[in-house]
Write a protein that binds this ligand. Sequence first.
Ligand SMILES: NC(=O)C1=CN([C@@H]2O[C@H](COP(=O)(O)OP(=O)(O)OC[C@H]3O[C@@H](n4cnc5c(N)ncnc54)[C@H](O)[C@@H]3O)[C@@H](O)[C@H]2O)C=CC1
Ligand SMILES: N[C@@H](CC=O)C(=O)O
Ligand code: NA
Length: 430
Amino acid sequence: MMRTRPLKVALLGCGVVGSEVARIMTTHADDLAARIGAPVELAGVAVRRPDKVRGGVPAELITTDATALVKRGDIDVVVEVIGGIEPARTLITTAFEHGASVVSANKALLAQDGASLYAAAEQHGQDLYYEAAVAGAIPLIRPLRESLAGDKINRVMGIVNGTTNFILDKMDTSGAGYSEALDEATALGYAEADPTADVEAFDAAAKAAILAGIAFHTRVRLDDVYREGMTEVTAADFASAKEMGCTIKLLAICERAADGGSVTARVHPAMIPLSHPLASVREAYNAVFVEAEAAGQLMFYGPGAGGSPTASAVLGDVVAVCRNRLNEATGPGESAYTQLPVSSMGEVVTRYHISLDVADKPGVLAQVATVFAEHGVSIDTVRQQGKDGEASLVVVTHRAPDAALSGTVEALRKLDTVRGVASIMRVEGE
Ligand SMILES: NC(=O)C1=CN([C@@H]2O[C@H](COP(=O)(O)OP(=O)(O)OC[C@H]3O[C@@H](n4cnc5c(N)ncnc54)[C@H](O)[C@@H]3O)[C@@H](O)[C@H]2O)C=CC1
Ligand SMILES: N[C@@H](CC=O)C(=O)O
Ligand code: NA
């Protein structure tokens, strides 16, 4: 039977995501009520600029006092879509203290303070849900937290940032420039308020921290994630990738060590073969592979950014939290019992594609090969092209510890015959 007293939702932030949450809550109110078993109503919307016209949001719901809204005491669910660390963190903990559960899309905050937010939620008997924080509309957090809770996950790898995938895709397929593609991604509502978070991969690193923590039942924070952005990827890198039958993607890779005693999490651009499913992920789409012991390999794919797709994930969480409240229950809390340490990037085993500008004279190739051998790095292929007394040498290695690969590059830079290291890129997905 449908409960008549409505569940009340407070919306913090009415930007790209918040405005879509408000729109869908209003236009789909009857369906949401039927699915929850009680009406759900927007009880207040905290904004920074109250004068802005917000179609569909009744003026009487608008407030600039987010703190007063979360302290009201009659709110069931606070939806935090303002982003950033403060005041989001204080508003979320205040919401728990005043009897509300929280749905958030804030990966930056969750990667930094997830553990203390979970603790505050548990202390006050409230839910903390955040499906929208990783890979936008794609159901990924709930499958990892719930559906795969009976399995052992060994690896999570994928594209988790829509903005950078959009830019890399445009650079690859239409030869568009970096700035032009970033402006387009921003106009489409994909980029963070400060797009440095996207292009320098802080956003993807935050998502990798969240994914690794859930997948391996441990705590991984933003600072534990090795991070390289995509601002230095050039048209020449795409040309090299093409020659190898590859393209370039910004990948997030979280792995359990072979001995099971530690984990790693990293985000960096990488070449992947065109035959790999991640190579055909276009525009702002995301895709994530999960490898689990019993399930095998699973792939999650869909829109990774944008107002409406992200609002879909937020509203799925609102429904889940409302159902929990009607049942006087809460969903899963933090699961970090394994306490696995996070190893450094040096211990990750990977492959490199290295482009060197060298002197075109006898013995150079042997000299370069010796440096690789001295660092215990085995060469897979070498390609040399001469040009006016200079040559370009492209070396692709076999798998080796990242520390050995970066030691090799450092030693190569010191050779007189090596004029410069034109590009270094990891190769994944083979
Ligand atoms: N846009 C996207 O595709 C996605 C965004 N997210 C996350 O969702 C959150 C919101 O993102 P967007 O909607 O894109 O950002 P946005 O910048 O469009 O919206 C944020 C809104 O919050 C308002 N705001 C900031 N501080 C406030 C305060 N103290 N009180 C009231 N309002 C305040 C701002 O004025 C702005 O309108 C962020 O955490 C973001 O990382 C997550 C997944 C996808
Ligand atoms: N800026 C983010 C938004 C979604 O998380 C992205 O581009 O992926
Ligand atoms: Na998601």
